[in-house]
Ligand binder design. Structure first.
Ligand SMILES: [Zn+2]
Length: 389
């Protein structure tokens, strides 16, 4: 890889012909059209928070260096930003009056309203730019390395860099485009940050169905000019969730919907009955894990362990054990009521407490409560046998 250092270029040079796409939320070109600011493997512009972008302008006004910027030479007088996209987009947007800074009197000032000398300070700031030239793989490998210094790329951002191509470009247009109106619907079910590629990552995980890694999938589809399989599958999952659950609860975000879809989508559900049960379970003080309610309902309420239902406390177990054992001894029967009605050697056996478990007389799933009035001690064998029914 070859590198040359340029110190002659100014903010004004690089901002010449700056274009910013509001729709996609990213800077596109600069340096009189010679520079592509956001190549497809770059992350979206994330500095427009009124802090990081303002800090870039403050630095320029104070004549602080902006740090090293890296360009990749991709053709005759054609360049791509390897590192520095956020900084360039920040000053490019400022020079085109896309945001304001506060002056010393706390007044908002756009670039066009700044005093001439201040405008000059910004425009004449020299930048420190390394221009590199090398093989795609070399550049990308190195890109991974330099990014460790800034906000580190997360897994999906790195995968987008490694497998950049038409598939990633198309996938990002759908799954990391915050102006996509569908995103508001997806917000109810997906967790993470759209701009940091978390929704794209989830969509890829779903379509992989646990059979391959996201990286494998992206590698295989890298040069596809469409994302139909990914998009269709993703929509099937979302449509299915909406066909089963009419509620919108915070616990729905970040569920393993892909896995749930694969496991349960062939069963049919009554959306009203699901809603009623969901409301009851949310109100049930014995349910400790609300996140588990979704799969519990999908499974036909056969997996109460998903709800982490409150168990009997030690004091309750001890009191019930004592009562059952005293009564059993007086009657010459086993202290396990199930053993007591049997006809084998255990029918008069007195179990120690450590060999018994607490059981809901009326199952929790049938409305039985988790308090002393609904507790009985069973020998481990009978407790297990009852639990399996
Ligand atoms: Zn028993």
């Amino acid at each position: 890889m070859k590198t040359i250092l340029r110190t002659d270029l100014t903010v004004e040079d690089i901002s010449r012909g700056f274009t910013y796409n509001e729709y996609e939320g990213k800077g596109l070109y600069g340096w009189s059209g010679k520079l592509t600011i956001q190549p497809e493997y770059q992350r979206n512009y994330i500095y427009n928070d009124g802090k990081k972008d303002v800090a870039v302008i403050d630095s320029l006004l104070k004549k602080y260096p902006l740090g090293i910027i890296y360009f990749n030479r991709v053709g005759e007088d054609k360049y791509e930003v390897l590192d520095g996209q956020q900084r360039i987009t920040s000053f490019g947007r400022f020079l085109t009056d896309k945001f304001a800074i506060k002056d010393e009197n706390g007044m908002e000032q756009y670039f066009s309203g700044l005093a001439k000398d201040k405008q000059e300070i910004i425009m004449q700031s020299h930048l420190l730019i390394y221009i590199c030239e090398g093989e795609e793989s070399e550049i990308k490998e190195w890109f991974k390395t330099i990014n460790i210094a800034g906000v580190p790329l997360n897994e999906q951002e790195l995968l987008n860099a490694v497998y950049s191509g038409p598939f990633v470009t198309k996938a990002k247009e759908v799954f990391s485009n915050s102006t996509n109106s569908r995103i508001q619907i997806w917000d109810a079910f997906l967790s993470g940050n759209v701009k940091r590629q978390d929704y794209l990552h989830t969509a890829l995980e779903w379509v992989c169905k646990g059979k391959c890694t996201v990286g494998d999938y992206m590698c295989r589809h890298r040069y596809d000019d469409n994302i139909s399989e990914l998009y269709t599958y993703f929509n099937s999952v979302i449509d299915w969730i909406q066909s089963v659950f009419s509620d919108v609860e915070s616990e729905m975000r970040g569920q393993e919907w892909g896995r749930l879809y694969e496991t349960y989508h062939k069963k049919s559900y009554d959306i009203n009955a699901i809603h009623t049960r969901l409301t009851e379970l949310y109100a049930d003080p014995y349910v400790k894990n609300r996140k588990g309610i979704y799969e519990y309902l999908l499974s036909g309420e056969i997996l109460p362990q998903l709800l982490d239902v409150r168990v009997f406390d030690e004091a309750t177990k001890k009191a019930i054990y004592k009562k059952q054992t005293e009564e059993a001894k007086a009657e010459g029967k086993s202290n396990c009521p199930y053993c007591a009605i049997g006809h084998d050697n255990n029918s008069a056996k007195i179990w120690e407490q450590k060999d018994m478990d607490a059981d809901h007389v009326t199952a929790w799933s049938k409305g039985g409560s988790t308090d002393i009035s609904n507790c009985q001690m069973l020998c481990k064998h009978h407790n297990r046998a009852k639990g399996n029914k």
